[in-house]
Design a protein around this ligand. Sequence first.
Ligand code: SF4
Ligand SMILES: [Zn+2]
Ligand SMILES: [Zn+2]
Length: 311
Amino acid sequence: MKCTRCRGAAEVQLRAHNSAFCRPCYLLFFRLQVERAVASEKMFTKEERLLIAVSGGKDSLALWDVLVDLGYDTTGLYLGLGIGAYSSRSHDKAAAFAAARGLTLRVVELAEEGPGMAVPAVAGLTRRPACSACGTMKRHYFDQLAIDRGFPVVATGHNLDDEAARLLGNVLHWQMPHLARQRPVLEPTHPRFVRKVKPLFRISEYETAIYSFLRRIDYVVDECPNAVGATQLVYKDMLNRLETASPGSKLTFLQDFLSRAQPELPSANADGPPQTCVQCGMPAFGEVCGYCRLVRETTAKRERRAASGAA
Ligand code: SF4
Ligand SMILES: [Zn+2]
Ligand SMILES: [Zn+2]
């Protein structure tokens, strides 16, 4: 097998791209893919400060690595979700990555926020699925941190597999508002929202794993325990089977949606821009934002338990 680019011995075969690469050419290919995504979607410029949401997993660390390599001004943000050993290991990997490269990593521990907002405690007290509570808090802290510290952009490590699985889920349930918002760049619709971008949206999980391996990135391998049994994993599995039978299917599915179907959808803001939360000043759909509702419910439940002596 020969390298598609330099004709040397290839080590990596990418059936989806009908290509094979030697190590140096693979790294070039990966960087080029990210550069193209950033440029074609007008995600950000070299003059803008980027806040990279890092989980300690391969995708977000590979994203941070490649953006540093491409010369962008980056700062990492690690949100400690308080999910036992998984969170401790993720924090260690993110911190070690930043320290080894002299990069700045900001850390927010949810257990130390508000009345104590670790995901398992909040989910248990408010009787919400862990991922729903987790998603609300991630959205809140990503925007709040970015706004308070002067970052116009938050970049996340969502890859092609994530986006294709999300698309499949949205299509299976015809979630029109979700489909209208499924884009690699989301412009802010409120003064306390920042631009959200997904520079890896055309790069598969497999490609990111190879990049991380070749760049010797040490990442947390285990999935979050709450991901076990998630429908998203069933969709990923289905798409992987399709990809094996027909390489390139995932990319075509997502790309064709973005170029052909997405522009036909009504605006994601058909109901108007969000209001402002009366409690924290962040965007809200209603008087109080989703995060403040979680804080209220968590506080009330804790107080009730304390009063009844059950806490
Ligand atoms: S699987 Fe759920 S709880 Fe775990 S990090 Fe993802 S959204 Fe949060
Ligand atoms: Zn080569
Ligand atoms: Zn609020």
